[in-house]
Design a protein around this ligand. Structure first.
Ligand SMILES: Nc1ncnc2c1ncn2[C@@H]1O[C@H](COP(=O)(O)OP(=O)(O)OP(=O)(O)O)[C@@H](O)[C@H]1O
Ligand SMILES: [Mg+2]
Length: 425
């Protein structure tokens, strides 16, 4: 008896759900020629959790009460035997056990004793009741019923109830964990949905901002274009004398210039909206610096300094040139007439990594503290005719080169530092 029950206990302990723990216990006890019932304490009630008995008897009882047995409940105070087992933590062996019958009378008004004439229910009154504890708290009780049980089997049944209790403890923990996991998955899904919504909202917001910038940027050139075309039309329709030809040429030149400006704005915006991926090649930064120098030479306020020999980097020359030019232009727009923008290229090491650094610094008034956090945002500008794309492009280009971008700004000017990883060092 002890050996058979402890073997069954081992099987029960491999189960991972509360239902399968009790089901396995019930089926195993039936296999041993006995019957089992398990009650769970729920508040002031005792709830029938499982009943392992002859199938025909189960069907007969459920047929009489018209509902499943599992889940039936009755006040524990109306069942003195159960109170004694659960509350006083006692193991009871009796040959006149009537717990199940009393429970059924309390819960349904139906007394299954009326069915006990059948041979498979004979001896139903002889059995052992033992408390089940989960985390040292009374979970409920287990009844094992068989005509052959004696007082000597009480300890074996009680030990089995202990094993069932620890299996229930594990199963409950797993079920709680799985429930938490499911809740967590729901939370993640919810989070992903909220994030997608946020991105969409931001996208729409950015689109609105873009529309405002485009409208603002285009209004001035369009105004000039309309005026110029109006002037030309007047000239043609009034059959103006040839000496007015110079005016007409001026109108045409203005229209040309403004159309070119519009074209530039549109291509800047398109370039930002649909950037080409950079075509990275290993090479020297020198040609890029030379291109920046020659593009800014007419201004005369840009100084280029190259510190020693620069190791090669992976670069897209056109992209980098555009980024550095944006930084130099910002510097030129910030400084006074006699100010200076310095582009200084050097090599530096951080830990075991070597970088080629290009610092673009100016002696302008610096970036006001309250706008510093926004300068890399697309369309952020403090200039009446800026698009606010310059630094956004710089950041994108530096990121695409696997580089780092730093900015320092104070009263004595601004420094943008671009660091590109050196190759082969
Ligand atoms: N060297 C600098 N000194 C002071 N402020 C600067 C400097 N560089 C950038 N800024 C500030 O950062 C803002 C954003 O610069 P960004 O280059 O992105 O746009 P922008 O120069 O205003 O317009 P765009 O470059 O598109 O014509 C500027 O409007 C300016 O307020
Ligand atoms: Mg700019």
């Amino acid at each position: 008896m002890i050996a058979a029950l402890s073997e069954l206990a081992a099987e029960v302990q491999r189960k991972r759900t509360v239902a399968s723990v009790l089901e396995t216990a019930g089926r195993g006890v039936l296999r041993l020629g006995m019957r089992l019932y398990a009650f769970q304490v729920s508040g002031e009630d005792l709830v029938l959790h499982s009943l392992a008995t002859a199938r025909s008897r189960l069907i007969a009882i459920e047929g009489h009460i018209g509902r499943p047995l599992r889940g039936l409940r009755a006040p524990i105070s109306s069942l003195p035997l159960a109170s004694e087992v659960v509350r006083a933590r006692r193991i009871i062996h009796r040959d006149d056990l009537d717990l199940f019958h009393s429970f059924m009378r309390e819960a349904t008004n139906f007394d299954p004793a009326s069915l006990d004439a059948s041979p498979e229910t004979a001896g139903i009154n002889n059995g052992v009741l033992a408390p089940i504890f989960v985390r040292d708290e009374p979970w409920g009780l287990l009844g094992v019923v068989s005509p052959t049980l004696t007082g000597n089997d009480a300890d074996a049944v009680s030990l089995f109830a202990t094993h069932v209790g620890s299996a229930l403890e594990v199963a409950e923990s797993i079920e709680t964990l799985e429930k938490t996991n499911r809740e967590l998955s729901t939370c993640y899904a919810e989070l992903a949905r909220a994030q997608a919504e946020l991105i969409e909202r931001e996208r729409l917001g950015a689109l609105g901002e873009l529309a405002a910038v485009v409208a603002h940027e285009m209004r001035d050139p369009l105004c000039v274009l309309f005026n110029s075309i109006g002037g030309l039309r007047d000239f043609v329709s009034s059959g103006a004398p040839p000496e007015k030809l110079a005016d007409a040429t001026a109108f045409a030149a203005m229209a040309d210039e403004e159309a070119a400006r519009l074209n530039q704005i549109v291509s800047d915006l398109l370039g930002f909206a649909h950037p080409h991926p950079p075509a990275l090649r290993v090479g020297s930064l020198l040609p890029v610096l030379e291109a920046v120098a020659s593009a800014t030479a007419p201004d005369g306020r840009v100084r280029i300094e190259i510190d020693g020999e620069l190791p090669p980097v992976e670069l897209d020359a056109l992209f980098l040139q555009q980024a550095l030019l944006n930084l130099v232009l910002n510097g030129l727009q910030a400084i006074a007439k006699d100010g200076t923008v310095t582009v200084r290229a050097s090599t530096t090491t951080v830990g075991s990594d070597t970088f080629v650094c290009v610092d673009v610094s100016d002696d302008g008034p610096g970036i006001p503290a309250d706008v510093r956090a926004s300068i890399f945002e697309p369309f952020f500008t403090t200039k009446p005719s800026g698009t606010g794309l310059g630094l956004a492009v710089v950041k994108r280009v530096v990121d695409a080169h696997g580089g780092r971008l730093a900015v320092e700004s104070g009263k004595r000017g601004t420094r943008f530092g671009v660091m590109l990883p050196a190759v082969g060092k």
